[in-house]
Design a protein around this ligand. Structure first.
Ligand code: ADA
Length: 580
């Protein structure tokens, strides 16, 4: 996995990023013709990570493509091989040396495949990648972002020998919430015996320079097992916070393998309608951000991630909603380092789901798997404070049960995080019952309503919901506006500030909304929709001029619109008020 720090000192790892052979398979004949053994000779090259739609002449190709890469494993021994994929959009089949070794569905979450008894020397990996969305996929065909295909994030091949550390999740709590320097901790370590015989070994576990206790472990041949270390109370821990994002290295080693991760200690909670981070109330000042760029698709370069975060920090944001899917782990590393809070969700983009699809058991199960993968791969990131169950799913009767299942899974597997969903019609949305915080998407002043004639609409809508929240006995749940905004064509200006699509209109609407929200004691935060323009589809019945969603406060090349400066001024004003 590509991180901002080294994840192994013992394990032999090989990156498979770089040039791969690539061929499109629009007739879907590759499996029948066994391309995973006889790869087409006329294959071209493509760079991994990358999305083929950003290659000339391939923008609108949604379908099957094949990738092939040869690699060499050093050493002279047999070992098990862990193939690690950070994101393959959207369905993947993986072949090693001509044999199918695994598959995965759901493009935005990582997956790993372990293959036993692999020799040193030359090997060939082939992937069949299918980017089509259909009635069984999450998201469905209709989404308001461009569905790029490809091996969108990094790939690596890691040699496993003896007793190996596959994952480590730090479980912690604060017996005395008023003293965050004394957490009670235990570790859930996922181990794998990469040999054909039983192994006993001791784990060496270090949290910073603190050695955690652990007994001797025994695993049978090729057994995979989660062990939990005994709880112990630490002292002198420095909490992770926005102002002081203290991180600790978590290193788990056996005599033959190791895994290094990073953790932070923080407490997110809701009390009497307020949000508290480490016992202090906090206002969420954020933006929605897709991890997408028109020249790179979802294969978002690290350097551009840093620049996005520099711009987001310049705005005065303390949080980002990762709309609408899990984002690169290296991006989360950067948030951990900068003290920026994060809302993570899977791509259940409700506007595309029919009632039939939502009732489909396969879809519900895939949703559970995607939530489980998100919790598993992102568990240790202190920046993640919110799990989102779904986005704008229409209130069909079946949705309540879906929310109950997702809530149960996230609560059991998600650590110290708040659970919510983005709701368009909160007044009669039964799923609010499962939310720790109530999050509302609303576009008064953009969809429906006349130019500018929205000012009272917002006030009426908020007052109506305030009464409804009281009546439903949810007055202790903080309220966040998770989406609101307007489109603006960069460079289109109007002296009259009520002309839709002008930069002035977008800035005026956001200034109005942010001030209204900030001044309302019920509202504890807001995420502007959205940070940057994103490529989408003209076919959307939602006026996507240029085939972009133009509601970014910067354009797709991160050039600021008037709204960027308006939001920046307000967020810094709100921040200074909070610090008084
Ligand atoms: C919805 C949706 C966003 C985007 C937005 C818009 O709230 O969640 O993904 O489509 O509307 O721009 O209309």
């Amino acid at each position: 996995m590509k991180r901002t720090f080294n994840t192994h000192r013992k394990r032999q790892t090989l990156t498979l990023d770089g040039e791969w052979k690539f061929v499109m398979d629009p007739q879907n004949v590759g499996e029948g013709e066994k391309w995973y053994i006889d790869f087409p000779q006329d294959a071209k090259s493509i760079t991994v990570p990358g999305c083929w739609n950003t290659e000339l002449g391939k923008l609108n190709y949604m379908g099957v493509c094949w990738y092939k890469r040869d690699f060499f494993l050093c050493g002279d021994d047999l070992r098990d091989l862990l193939l690690s994929f950070e994101s393959v959009m959207t369905r993947a089949k993986v072949y090693l040396d001509g044999a199918l070794v695994g598959s995965h569905d759901g493009g935005f979450s990582p997956f790993d495949i372990i293959v036993s008894d692999i020799s040193a020397g030359d090997h060939t990996i082939v992937l069949r990648v299918d980017s089509k969305q259909d009635e069984k996929s999450i998201p469905q065909t209709r989404v308001d972002w461009f569905n790029y295909g490809g091996i969108a994030r990094s790939v690596s091949a890691e040699s496993l020998r003896g007793l190996c550390v596959i994952s480590s999740h730090l479980i912690y709590s604060f017996p005395n919430p008023s003293d965050l320097t004394l957490p009670e901790v235990s570790l859930e370590v996922e181990l794998y015996n990469a040999s054909s015989k039983s192994i006993s070994d001791t784990l060496d576990i270090r949290l910073g320079d603190i050695k955690l206790n652990c007994d001797t472990i025994q695993l049978d041949a090729r057994q995979r097992k989660i062990v939990r270390t005994p709880s112990q109370t630490l002292s002198g821990i420095k909490p992770w916070s926005c102002e002081s994002p203290t991180l600790y290295t978590l290193q788990v080693s056996t005599s033959s393998d190791d895994l290094i991760d990073r953790v932070g200690f923080r407490l997110i909670e809701v009390k009497e309608g307020k949000l508290l981070l480490n016992g202090k109330t906090i206002e969420l000042r954020g933006v929605n951000r897709h991890e997408e760029h028109p020249d790179w698709g979802f294969a978002f370069p690290q350097g551009l991630m840093r620049r996005d975060l520099d711009l987001i920090e310049e705005l005065g944001c303390n949080t980002i909603r990762g709309s609408h899917y899990p984002q690169s782990k290296i991006f989360l590393d950067m948030l951990d380092e900068r003290g920026i809070l994060f809302w993570s969700e899977i791509p259940i983009w409700g506007g595309g789901f029919s009632e039939k699809a939502l009732q489909d058991e396969d879809i519900v199960e895939l949703g559970l798997t995607m939530h489980k993968e998100m919790c598993y791969y992102y568990y240790n990131h202190p920046s993640i404070i919110i799990w989102g169950m779904h986005n704008e799913v229409y209130q069909y009767p079946c949705v309540y049960e879906i929310s109950r299942k997702y809530h149960e899974l996230l609560r059991a597997n998600g650590g110290n995080r708040l659970i919510t969903h983005a709701s368009m019609f909160p007044n009669d949305d039964p799923s609010l019952e499962f939310d720790d915080i109530i999050c509302i998407n609303h576009y008064k002043g953009w969809y429906g309503g006349g130019n500018g004639g929205y000012l009272n609409d917002w006030k009426n809508m908020i007052d109506e919901f305030r009464a409804c929240r009281e009546k439903r006995g949810m007055a202790d749940k903080p309220v966040i506006f998770s989406e609101f905004g307007a489109a603006a064509l960069a460079g289109f200006h109007s002296h009259f500030d009520s002309v839709k699509w002008s930069e002035e209109y977008q800035a005026q609407l956001l200034k109005y909304c942010l001030t209204l929200f900030h001044d309302d004691p019920m509202i504890q935060g807001f995420y502007v929709w959205q940070f940057a323009n994103i490529r989408t589809y003209a076919e959307m019945d939602l006026n996507r001029v240029r085939c972009f969603n133009n509601k970014g406060i910067v354009d797709e090349y991160r050039n600021p619109k008037s709204a960027f400066f308006a939001v920046r001024e307000l967020y810094h004003k709100f921040k200074s008020e909070e610090q008084k």
